[in-house]
Write a protein that binds this ligand. Sequence first.
Ligand code: CO
Length: 172
Amino acid sequence: MSAAPRRIVLFPAAVLRRRAAEVTRFDDSLRGLVDEMVRVMREQEGAGLAAPQVGESLRVFVTEARPEEGEALGVHVNPVIEISGDETDLMNEGCLSLPEIRGDIRRPAAVTITSSDLEGRRHARTSDGMIARIWQHEFDHLEGVLIVDRMAPVDRMRARKSLRALERSAGA
Ligand code: CO
């Protein structure tokens, strides 16, 4: 079964603001979607990609971090994230759906993610590295939350022009 080719969806598309639906069927169409998401993530040189970013409002994301992060290619279906500890980190983030926009975002340093694989089996993993940051960024996409919602006001001000340009090109 070959999946329809997918393209990256840019702000301000409505699908990016919706709470995505639980995946209920672990079938060929889910596998096809995930294959396309991995292809688009690599093509765009991203570290992660959530299904709403290719126009599919489903609770699934993929990640690809450096090997030393311990998770080369991650597929997370119906993820749940739990914060471990009180520590937070401030890190600069970007997003494939918000080209040219970056900002410093404070997030918990260590989290545990529990998610299903493509066969529907649940797995739990804990990290306090870069991958923990990526999990949280991609999880936000499943809730309709974008980096501009979490940026410091000064960064949000700086992003205003780029956001307006994206809105204009979507409206054109
Ligand atoms: Co993103």
